[in-house]
Design a protein around this ligand. Structure first.
Ligand code: SF4
Length: 280
C-alpha cells in the first residue's frame, strides 16, 4: 500500500512532560515506590511501559501509606483529592498538563467573578471531572440539544471547553447559547492548539487518501475526536490502538492509506503500523 503520514501527529508537550515526570519519579524513588492515581495518559502501551519500569497504579488515596509518592496524571485532579493527599502527608508529584491547570484556574476565577460556569465537554472524562470541581454547580454540556435543557435561564455565563474538543464542535454549542437571552457571556478559550494542529493535519490527509487509520488509545478523547472529524470528511476511518487491531478487510480495494495519531500515541506505535501497512 502507499502510506501517507499526517504532518503533525503523536505526542504533544503535555504528554511528553507527564512521561518524563513519571520516569524521573521512578528513578528518584525507586521501582514500586511511585503510585499514579489512574492512567498517567490515555495510552495503554505507554502506561504498560511505565508500569514495567516500576510505576504502580491506584484509584484510591485511602490505600496509600503516609509519605507515599503519588503521581497526579496529565488530566489533573480535583481540589478535594489534592487536599486529602496533603492531609495524609503524601508526597505529591504533579504531572497535570499546564493547559489543564490553566482551565482549572479559569473555572475558579470565573466563579469568583460571579459567572455561572459552563463547561463544554464530556462529563465522564477525567479532565472534565477534575476541572469542574474547581467551582460549584458547573453545568457540563456536550451537545447542542443540551443547551435548552441544561442551561439556567437568565444568568451571566462563563464558558470554557474541554482542551481536546474540536473548535467546530465548541462553536456549534456556543452558537446555540448566544441565541438565548443571557445578560452576559464570557468565553475563555481553553482549547489546546496541539490538538487542533493534529486534527487539522488529519483532516487534510483524509482528503488525499482512500482510507484513514487514526491511531491512539480507545479512551483518548482527542483521538476519538480526530477519527470523528476524518469520518465527517467522508473517508473510511478506523480508530485503532496498534497493528494488532488491523484487519486486511479494512484496506480491501484501497490503494492509498493515511495514518494520523492522537496526542498520546507514541512514535514507536505509529512507525510500526506504517512499516507493516506498507507491506500489505
Ligand atoms: S493534548 Fe494539549 S491539553 Fe492535552 S496533554 Fe497535550 S498539550 Fe496538554
Amino acid at each position: 500500500m502507499i502510506v501517507k503520514l499526517a504532518e503533525k501527529r503523536g505526542f504533544c508537550f503535555g504528554v511528553e512532560d507527564a512521561i518524563e515526570i513519571a520516569e524521573k519519579a521512578i528513578d528518584e524513588h525507586g521501582a514500586g515506590n511511585v503510585v499514579a492515581l489512574g492512567p498517567v495518559i490515555h495510552n495503554r502501551q505507554v502506561v504498560e511501559r511505565l508500569e514495567s519500569a516500576g510505576l504502580r497504579q491506584s484509584g484510591r488515596l485511602e490505600e496509600l501509606e503516609p509519605g507515599a509518592n503519588v503521581l497526579i496524571r496529565s488530566h489533573g485532579a480535583t481540589p478535594d483529592v489534592l487536599q486529602q493527599a496533603e492531609k495524609k502527608r503524601l508526597n505529591v508529584i504533579d504531572a497535570t498538563c499546564v493547559l489543564v491547570k490553566k482551565a482549572q484556574e479559569v473555572v475558579k476565577r470565573l466563579h469568583q467573578e460571579g459567572y455561572r460556569v459552563v463547561m463544554i465537554g464530556d462529563r465522564n472524562h477525567p479532565e472534565v471531572r477534575g476541572v469542574i470541581a474547581y467551582a460549584p454547580d458547573v453545568v457540563v454540556i456536550d451537545h447542542v440539544e443540551d443547551v435548552a435543557r441544561e442551561l439556567p435561564h437568565k444568568e451571566k455565563l462563563g464558558i470554557v471547553a474541554q482542551t481536546t474538543h474540536a473548535p467546530e464542535h465548541v462553536a456549534q454549542i456556543i452558537a446555540a447559547i448566544v441565541k438565548r437571552p443571557y445578560v452576559e457571556l464570557r468565553i475563555v478559550n481553553t482549547l489546546c492548539l496541539e490538538v487542533i494542529r493534529r486534527q487539522q493535519a488529519a483532516v487534510k490527509l483524509a482528503g488525499e487518501v482512500d482510507v484513514m487509520f487514526v491511531l491512539g488509545g480507545r479512551h483518548s478523547a482527542n483521538t476519538q475526536e480526530m477519527a470523528r472529524l476524518c469520518r465527517e470528511a467522508g473517508v473510511d476511518t478506523y480508530h485503532l490502538e496498534t497493528w494488532a487491531d488491523f484487519d486486511p478487510s479494512m484496506v480491501e480495494g484501497k490503494s492509498i492509506a493515511g495514518i494520523a495519531a492522537g496526542a498520546s500515541t507514541p512514535d514507536w506505535v505509529i512507525n510500526d503500523f506504517a512499516d507493516r501497512l506498507r507491506e500489505v
